[in-house]
Design a protein around this ligand. Structure first.
Ligand code: TMP
Length: 236
C-alpha cells in the first residue's frame, strides 16, 4: 500500500490518498484543540493511543454487525480506511448530562438520562458546528431524511454496544460524537472513537478520563488517555 498525497489535514488527523482509489490512510496526530481551535496544545503520544483505541473499537463494532471504514491498522499512527464521502453531520449520543447539554439546557452535570439523547450538529468549523435538526440538515443539503434516519438509528445501536463494552471495563460512557460517510451506496461509520471524541468517567470514582482534562486544565491528560487504552485493550 503506497501512501500518496495528503488529501486533508484536520485538527487531530491527516488523511492521505493511496495507490488504491478506494482506500485512504488516516494518520493520527498528537495535536489537541478544544472549543473549536480556541485552545491548542499537544498531548504526548495521543495519536498512537487514539489509533489503537479506535482500531479496537471499530473492529469490535464490526463484530456486532456495524459497518465501519476500518480496513486495518497499518502502524502506530496509521489506519487504512475505505474512502468515504463524509456526511457533514456530527451525531452526538448522550447517556449522562455533561458538556454543552449542561450549558444549553441547565441539566445538573451527572444527571443520568433515562433515554439516551441523540443530537445532530452541522460539521462546519466556520459556524462553530451549530446544533441542528433534520430539516436544517436537509435544507442545507448535507443529508437526506433517509440518511439522517440511518445515522440516528446507527448511533443509538452503537451506543448500546459501546455502553456495555465500557461498563465491562469499569468506565461510564457519558457521551460521544460520531461521523459517517457514504461508500458504494452504503453508509459507514468513519472518523475515530477515542478519548478525544467521547467522555469517559471511572465507574466507581467518576474521575474524568477523556479530553475534558485538556479542555479544563485538570492535569493528568496523558495518564487518562493511557488508562482508557489499557482498559480498552485489556492490558494492565
Ligand atoms: P459537547 O458536550 O461539547 O457537545 O460534546 C459532546 C461529545 O462530543 C463529547 O464526548 C465530545 C464530543 N465532541 C467532539 O468529538 N467534537 C466536537 O467538536 C465537540 C463539540 C464534541
Amino acid at each position: 500500500m503506497k501512501k500518496g498525497t495528503q488529501l486533508y489535514e484536520g485538527k487531530a488527523k491527516k488523511v492521505f490518498l493511496t495507490d488504491d482509489n478506494d482506500l485512504v490512510i488516516q494518520e493520527f496526530k498528537d495535536d489537541a484543540t478544544a472549543f473549536n481551535n480556541k485552545k491548542k496544545g499537544t498531548i504526548a503520544d495521543k495519536g498512537v493511543v487514539n489509533n489503537a483505541i479506535s482500531c479496537k473499537l471499530f473492529t469490535m463494532l464490526e463484530e456486532h454487525g456495524i459497518r465501519t471504514h476500518l480496513v486495518e491498522k497499518l502502524s502506530d499512527r496509521e489506519m487504512l480506511c475505505r474512502h468515504l464521502d463524509i456526511i457533514k453531520v456530527e451525531v452526538v449520543a448522550r447517556n449522562i448530562a455533561a458538556g454543552s447539554l449542561v450549558k444549553r439546557y441547565g441539566f445538573a452535570e451527572g444527571t443520568v438520562l433515562e433515554n439516551p439523547i441523540i443530537e445532530l450538529y452541522l460539521k462546519d468549523d466556520d459556524l462553530d458546528d451549530p446544533l441542528m435538526n433534520e430539516s436544517h440538515a436537509v435544507a442545507l443539503g448535507v443529508a437526506t431524511f433517509e440518511e439522517l434516519f440511518v445515522l440516528k438509528n446507527c448511533a443509538a445501536e452503537i451506543n448500546v454496544v459501546l455502553k456495555q463494552f465500557f461498563a465491562e471495563r469499569k468506565l461510564k460512557l457519558v457521551d460521544f460524537k460520531l461521523e459517517f460517510g457514504r461508500h458504494k451506496g452504503e453508509i459507514l461509520l468513519g472518523d475515530e472513537i477515542s478519548p478525544d471524541t467521547c467522555r469517559f468517567w471511572d465507574l466507581e470514582t467518576n474521575e474524568k478520563l477523556d479530553k475534558d482534562r485538556f479542555r479544563f486544565d485538570l492535569g493528568g491528560v496523558e495518564n487518562a488517555y493511557s488508562e482508557v487504552q489499557k482498559r480498552v485493550l485489556g492490558l494492565d
